[in-house]
Design a protein around this ligand. Structure first.
Ligand code: ZN
Length: 126
């Protein structure tokens, strides 16, 4: 791929990275912020419904899950930008063939062609 051909992907990756970095710092703040008051006692005059506590727990789990996924995605995006820098972007890291444009449109950070991705996924059982 020529530099001009890669450029739209690079721009998308950079935009995605910006969004992910923004999201991550926001989510981190969210999950680090103390929720409610003390864990027990001290606030007996404040009505706290058990359902509220449960939803807080759930929310925290969801946020931590997002954090993990987004951190992973950010790592993929950084790797893709790295490959652009090295001139190997758009080439499968497994077989060395070009990754189809359709696949890169959907996943600009894809590191394997569709065949290898499916094969590797089958191999790891995931
Ligand atoms: Zn491949």
């Amino acid at each position: 791929m020529t530099k001009a051909e890669i450029d739209p992907y690079r721009r998308r990756l950079l935009a995605l990275k910006r969004r992910l970095v923004g999201d991550l710092s926001e989510l981190e703040e969210e999950s680090l912020r103390p929720v409610g008051g003390e864990p027990s006692g001290g606030l007996s005059d404040v009505p706290v419904h058990p359902a509220d506590l449960a939803s807080d727990d759930y929310e925290e789990e969801v946020i931590l899950g997002l954090l993990e996924n987004e951190a992973q995605l950010l790592a993929e995006v950084n790797d893709a930008l790295d490959r652009i820098g090295r001139g190997t972007f758009g080439r499968c890291e497994n077989c060395g063939r070009e990754i189809s444009r359709a696949r890169l449109e959907a996943l600009p950070y894809a590191r394997y062609c569709i065949r290898c991705a499916q094969k590797l996924q089958a191999d790891t059982g995931g």
